[in-house]
Write a protein that binds this ligand. Structure first.
Ligand code: ADP
Ligand code: MG
Length: 289
């Protein structure tokens, strides 16, 4: 049995290469004084180079908070967040700008309109992060074309505005934009949740292909089914705590925590031996859900 099953922290550092992302004992609270509440409590996980870590959990379990904390958009009250060897937890805005400019860390959100400028054409959106890095215009345009191909979009879309694309096309452009600087790590927060099933399948396939390029992915979803076939490892968040983690197949076939069992039983196509309804009710009762 892989070592990380024994420990609920999703420690992918069993290989020799240092982790691209190392989160230890992360606490995030919202609000102040008596009204404050923990969104994350003692969360530890790590992502190795080229690895895809799926983070699953129901709405409100703290998934987006985790992504926001790693991106420096919310402040952690305790713990450390090491991105590519640098502890970013106490970074100021200037250090964040420098890190973003280097293109080490990129992100894709559920709604691509949030990651794309509505006034820039697809070609401009894809070139912009490269121009910021000082890549010559011609080379940036060429790279934009290459990455559009990687997300299986036709070149003729380069001159379109985001508003002139379908939802699925827009999200693929957002993925291409996140990758064009060849980052070490991309955070994807519910990247396929707003899409129809055909687009969902295609984008998950594209993400799987991208692993060959060596980029590490943190793939967040409320839907175990979306992540199970794409991620190498899965970490399960439940009410702000990481309750289980391990190789994707292990977690799906031998879930340990009652909440994980409930998730697996709600996605019957994942398992050869679906949990029956009585067991599902019993699990719900145990969780008080
Ligand atoms: P998820 O992405 O898993 O749905 P979130 O990380 O968005 O969960 O939210 C985790 C918890 O933190 C929830 O209880 C949510 O209501 C709360 N929360 C999220 N954002 C804020 C905020 N800006 N202010 C206060 N509470 C928040
Ligand atoms: Mg969320």
């Amino acid at each position: 049995m892989p070592a990380d099953r024994a420990d609920p922290s999703a420690d992918g550092s069993s290989g020799t290469a240092p982790a691209v992302l190392d989160v230890t004992g992360l606490d995030v609270r919202y609000g102040r004084g008596r009204r404050s509440h923990h969104a994350l409590r003692g969360v530890s996980l790590s992502v190795a180079p080229g690895e895809t870590l799926g983070v699953i959990g129901e709405t409100g379990s703290g998934k987006s908070t985790l992504a926001r904390a790693v991106l420096g958009l919310v402040r952690a009250s305790a713990g450390s967040i090491v991105v590519d060897g640098e502890d970013v937890r106490t970074y100021g805005s200037r250090q964040w700008r420098a890190l973003r400019r280097r293109g080490v860390l990129q992100y894709v959100f559920q709604d691509p309109l949030r990651s794309l400028d509505p006034d820039l054409t697809v070609g401009e959106s894809l070139s912009e992060p490269l121009l910021v890095q000082g890549v010559p215009r011609k080379e940036a345009a060429e790279r934009a074309r290459v990455f559009l191909g990687r997300v299986r979009l036709a070149e003729e879309l380069l001159d379109r505005l985001p508003g002139e694309l379908s939802g699925g096309q827009r999200q693929r452009v957002a993925v291409a934009r996140a990758l064009v600087t060849e980052p070490r790590l991309v955070l994807l927060d519910e990247p396929v949740s707003a899409l129809d099933s055909a687009n969902r399948v295609q984008i998950l396939e594209i993400l799987k292909e991208l692993r060959a390029t060596g980029v590490a992915l943190l793939l967040i979803s409320h839907d175990l089914g979306s992540v199970a076939g794409t991620a190498d490892r899965i970490a399960v968040l439940y009410r702000g705590e990481l309750v289980e983690s391990g190789p994707a197949r292990e977690v799906v076939n031998h879930p340990r925590h009652p909440y994980t069992r409930l998730l697996v039983s709600s996605a019957p196509t994942l398992r050869a031996d679906p949990v029956d309804r009585t067991e599902r009710e019993a699990l719900r009762a145990r969780l008080g859900a």
